[in-house]
Write a protein that binds this ligand. Structure first.
Ligand code: LMR
Length: 399
């Protein structure tokens, strides 16, 4: 080799979530606990293989594997629409939703950003502060500048609703607003129904373009209830909805997600669908098949759909119960720490208020891994590790 072509390439600083997960895997300590990445594990610390998905696997078998269409498996797309919007949504009846199968929820947000870069270029993009870091990255990759609206009220450990509304009202008309409708990542706090309605009025009046990112449907209250913000919004205005089946199907590695664009009428939806297909073609041509078939089979069969809904309920109930368990374990050690946030927040994540330094101390001393923002994935807690995590948390909090 005479000359380096890539000598100027910068080192990748690592992803705050995925690289941490790699460090966890490389940690040789047997008592380590992974509360970093948003992955649901069962009471034994394993990724569940849902009975409904296993049954779908058997039904699907090994068949030919042609290319899927650019917009994905038709049964899958139908399943996404029914699950996200409900069977009877007026926008569905009027055939004005364009839906594609995507490579996970990340792929859905990525294609949404690409689509908007072409058809709504130059708009301001506002994401919550804090948010899932990749929201910034995906919109920036598409050429947008991103800014934030306030979301987290650290003092009350709740949503800074006034701050949020003020910032969204002050944004230029027609801005792109990324909202997480349920189980907000990383804070675990959501808008209540009244707040959703009030915010909807502002968003509609300002003609903002809303991108809902719904990665945890079913982990908040129920599959139906969790979609209510999106469904009500879509009755009032056009919007984009990214959804993910990674968590609620426990199919992380299959990269199963969806992107739906609610349009004004069927003709617009047809043209938007064409542009989404083009964005897919230019990016990865068409989505992969096996995960798509599994989800389409579960969502398309009454028996498997019902079984799956029960399995999602079980995951949610377990997460609620380990939230309580950790709060109790912490109270056993110390009465000085207010642990009410653990049970008032919901979904996979709790925002603990721990500093990056405290999080590092937990990781280095005890092998308990949280994201440095202080986000804890409660779905990694179980009866076996709760006492250890509580001890580590109290030590870090009081240091
Ligand atoms: C997370 O936030 O931990 C998950 O959504 C996984 C990811 O892709 O970051």
């Amino acid at each position: 080799m005479t000359e380096s072509l890539f000598g100027q390439v910068e080192a990748f600083a690592g992803d705050p979530i995925l690289s941490l997960n790699d460090s966890f895997k490389a940690d040789p300590r047997s008592e380590k606990v992974n509360l970093s990445i948003g992955v649901y594990t069962d009471e034994k610390g394993r990724l569940p293989a849902l009975g409904s998905v296993r049954a779908a696997y058997e039904r699907v078998g090994f068949a030919e594997r042609p290319y899927l269409p650019m917009d994905g498996h038709p049964g899958y797309r139908e399943g996404v629409q029914k699950l996200v919007f409900g069977d009877k949504h007026p926008a569905r009846a009027e055939k004005r939703i364009a839906t594609i199968q995507t490579i996970g929820g990340t792929g859905a947000v990525g294609i949404a950003a690409d689509f908007l870069a072409k058809h709504a270029p130059g708009r301001a993009v506002l994401v919550s502060d804090p948010t899932w870091e990749n929201h910034h990255g995906l919109f920036q990759r598409a050429g947008f500048k991103t800014t934030t609206y306030p979301y987290w009220d650290a003092k009350n450990r709740s949503v800074d609703f006034d701050g949020m509304v003020k910032a969204i009202e002050a944004a230029a008309a027609g801005s792109i607003i990324v909202l997480q409708p349920v189980c907000h990542n990383p804070t675990g706090v959501d808008l209540d129904a009244k707040q959703q309605a009030a915010l909807t009025d502002v968003l509609v009046a300002k003609r903002h373009i809303v991108v809902f990112d719904m990665a945890y449907q079913g982990f908040g209250t129920s599959l139906e209830e969790d979609a209510s913000f999106v469904r009500r919004y879509a009755e009032r205005a056009s919007c984009l909805v990214a959804n993910s089946f990674s968590k609620n199907f426990s199919l992380y590695g299959e990269r199963v997600g969806g992107l739906s664009v609610v349009c004004r009428d069927a003709d617009e939806a047809e043209r938007v669908l064409g542009q989404l297909k083009l964005a897919v073609r230019r990016s990865y041509s068409s989505p992969p098949m096996t995960g798509g078939l599994l989800v389409a089979t579960v969502l398309g069969s009454d028996d498997l759909r019902a079984q799956w809904a029960r399995e999602v309920d079980e995951m949610r109930v377990r997460m609620d119960s380990v939230r309580k368990l950790l709060a109790e374990e912490i109270r056993k050690i110390s009465n000085e720490i207010d642990v009410s946030f653990l049970t008032s927040q919901r979904g996979m994540f709790s925002y603990t208020g721990l500093t990056a330094q405290q999080v590092r101390a937990m990781r280095e001393r005890d092998g308990v891994y949280l994201v440095e923002s202080g986000r804890m994935c409660v779905a990694g807690l179980n009866e076996e590790n709760a006492a250890k995590v509580a001890k580590s948390f109290v030590n870090a909090s009081q240091a």
